[in-house]
Structure formats: C-alpha cells, structure tokens
Design a protein around this ligand. Structure first.
Ligand code: NAI
Ligand code: MG
Length: 372
C-alpha cells in the first residue's frame, strides 16, 4: 500500500491544464503515493445536478489530502438552464463545491503564502514574503443572511438595539441583513494555526487584522481572543492593525509584515492584495486546512477562454503542491521543489504569457522538474 492517498480533483477549464503540470512535478518528486481521481465541477452539475457528487465526498473522507484545480460557477438561473432536460424540473440549486467542501470538512484555515520570488517581472517589490491566515468558516461567510429580513427578526432587533431604529422605520424590502458571527473557538483555532506556523517556520511576527474600533462585538471578540493566544508564544512578536490601515501599510511597506491573521472577509481582501503584490493569479496558491483533511489549490478559477490550451501559468498550482508536501511533513521534498521554482523564475527563460513570455504550461513544469 502506498504511504499516502491523494485525491486528484482537476475540475473544469484550466484546472485540468494546471493539474497535468502538477503531475509532472509530483512524478519527479517520487512520493510514495496513490492518486485517486475525483469527479467535481460543471460537467457533473449539468449531467447529475450536483457539482460535488457524493462519491467525491466519500473519496475525500478516505484520503490524506487533495489537490484541486478549479471549477466553473455560474449564477443560479444560468446554472439551471444548463442542466440536462430530465433535471430541469427538479428545482435544483447550484452550490459551489469549494464552499461546501470547506463547510463539510470544517476546513477552517485558509492559508495563503505570498512570496516574491527574485526575478519575477510581476513582483510589486522584490523581497516580499507574507503569509496570510484567513478564517474560512465563519464571520460574514457564516451564511446567516436575510433579504428581506423576517418580521420576527425586525421585532426583536427593534426591542433590543437602539441603532436599529432608523432601519426599523423602513419596509423590509428596502434592506437586507447579513450576520457577522465570530466565535471564541473559531477565532482561537485560526489564531493558533497562525502562531503555530510562525513557530514551526521561525517567522518573527504575527499581525492580527481586524476593525475592532468600529465592529466592537465580533471583531472585539476576535482581537481579545487573539491577544490571549499570543501570550502562549512569547518568542513571536505580535501586533494588530485595522483592516483599512492594513491595506495602506501593506502597499507602503510590505517588509514590516510577516504572518497576518484575520477573520474571513478581511482575510479574503488582504490575501488577494498580497497575492497581487507577488505576481497575481499565476502565483496565488492556497491551502484549505482542517484537522483531518487539507485541500490545496491555486486560487485562480477555471479561465474558460484558456481551457485546454496549456498557456496558463502552472506556478500557482506547483506552489500549492509545495504546501501540500509541507502539510504531509515532506519538508525536504518541499524545499527542493520550491528551490526549483525559484531557479526557473530567476533564470527567466521559461515564462508564460502573464509573465510576458509564451511558454507552454507543461514545458514550464518540465523546466522546474529539471531543477529539482
Ligand atoms: P479566473 O481566475 O478563472 O480567470 C481570470 C483571468 O485571470 C483569466 O482569464 C486569465 O487571464 C487569468 N488567469 C487565471 N489563472 C491564470 C493562470 N494560472 N495563469 C495565467 N493567467 C491566469 O477568474 P474568472 O474569469 O473570473 O472566472 C472563471 C470561472 O472560474 C468562473 O466560472 C468562476 O466562477 C470560476 N472561479 C473558480 C474559482 C475556484 O475554483 N476556486 C475561483 C475563481 C473563479
Ligand atoms: Mg477570493
């Protein structure tokens, strides 16, 4: 039996292109592993009414980790129109597999390292090396939303909240409510994940990102819990910053920061900002990590216009493989792979279109393999 089982989830569009590139790299790395293909994506929505079939969910229950490409999503009505005729009348609603995966397997950490590899023409500044920990399951993504708000809720809020008075005067079709829910447990475990990472990889500082001066209840809780957790890691410097100021400071002086930890929405924002500073979609990789499963992926989507053309940048996915190797504890292999990626970027002979070249996706993977 192989040492590891990895679910292989290419999904749609360029998800296939970039996972083919990842396979070239993994084959060279010689991991003792069994790859098991999983059905996921648009095709399965159209044919079966489910983009994330039960057999794929079962597969994820029985693997060590998963590599995921990308999926195509469409708005609910457009999605329904593409179902096969037999399914048209069943009243099915399209739901994003990745969001379901995060909830179903409690993948509470979204980890996004953003490193400017020397010589990448897309670097905002050389030397940037940031790691974002984004809480993945609660906050404004808790899914507790009302449009229009039900009368019971309006009645309760009118009774218990003074600031609600101006809204209570409106008819319910004139406003919507989304609840931002931050729990002590959810805040504690993401902040711990960030500090444990800082300790393991000898990072100097963790910055807690919030807006606790205004969003006093939920962000106040997050900040308080985070400061408490920080006390258990005296060797790591800690500070905190408001999300708005954080975006300015990150642009002004990214070198002042190291590891960043934030509730869901702020984490979403800063991780895109940080990814863009180190090359954008072709370089953004992410891990969705829980206690029993972790799913690694490039952050880009299925880019349908490039599907099957093997033109897109495979580095985001290859860096996701690097993260996966770290998670499996294969740190020597992970370091070797990262050095190879860095060497190819630095040499600059092999560049995909986003980097100003015209290299083929698989050729770029082969060039990386040659450096391992
Ligand atoms: P996208 O990320 O698929 O592509 C946007 C543009 O970014 C592309 O047209 C291309 O110019 C560039 N790009 C993306 N990946 C690249 C790479 N590896 N190398 C070089 N250039 C790259 O986003 P878009 O067009 O908004 O969405 C397309 C589909 O993907 C939609 O159906 C969307 O719902 C889905 N999507 C899925 C995600 C996922 O699976 N995690 C994330 C984002 C979007
Ligand atoms: Mg995003």
């Amino acid at each position: 039996m192989a040492r590891y089982k990895i679910a292989w989830l290419p999904g749609d569009g360029i998800g296939v292109d970039v996972l083919d590139a990842a396979k070239i790299v993994l084959d060279k790395i010689q991991l003792d592993v069994e790859y098991i293909h999983g059905d996921i994506g648009w095709e399965f929505w159209c044919k079966e009414g489910d983009a994330f079939p039960q057999r794929t969910i079962d597969l994820l229950k029985n693997v060590d980790t998963a590599l995921f490409g990308a999926i195509t999503s469409k708005p609910v009505k457009a999605a329904q129109a593409e179902l096969i005729p037999e399914l048209q009348t069943k009243g099915l609603t399209y739901r994003s597999p990745i969001v379901r995966m995060r909830q179903m397997f409690d993948l509470y950490t979204c980890l996004r390292p953003c490193k400017a590899y020397p010589g990448n023409p897309l670097n905002f500044k050389e030397g940037i090396d940031l790691v974002v920990f984004r809480e993945n399951t609660e906050d404004l993504y808790a899914g507790v939303e009302f449009a229009p708000p039900p009368q019971e809720l309006v009645d309760v809020l009118s009774k218990i909240s003074k600031p609600f008075a101006p809204f209570a005067k409106l008819s319910v079709d004139q406003y919507a409510i989304s609840c931002k829910i931050n729990t002590k447990r959810g805040s504690e475990r993401i902040v711990k994940a960030a500090f444990d990472f800082a300790r393991r990889f000898r990072r100097k500082k963790v910055t807690i990102v919030h807006k606790a001066n205004v969003v006093r209840a939920s962000d106040g809780l997050f900040l308080e819990v985070a400061k408490d957790v920080a006390k258990q890691y005296p060797e790591i410097q800690t500070d905190d910053a408001n999300i708005d100021a954080m975006t300015m400071w990150l642009l002004k002086n990214p070198f002042q920061y190291d590891v960043l930890v934030a509730p869901n929405l702020y984490g979403d924002i800063i991780s895109d900002l940080c990814a863009q500073m180190v090359g954008g979609l072709g370089f953004g990789c992410s891990g969705n990590i829980g206690t029993t499963l972790a799913v690694f992926e490039p952050t880009h989507g299925s880019a349908p216009k490039y599907a099957g053309q093997y033109k897109v940048n495979p580095i985001a996915t290859i860096l996701a493989v690097k993260m996966m190797l770290d998670w499996l504890g294969e740190t020597e292999k992970s370091a070797r792979l990262e050095n190879a990626v860095a060497a190819v970027i630095k040499e600059g002979n092999m560049r995909t279109y986003d980097m100003g070249g015209n290299a083929n996706t698989l050729d770029m993977a082969k060039a990386i393999v040659e450096k391992t």
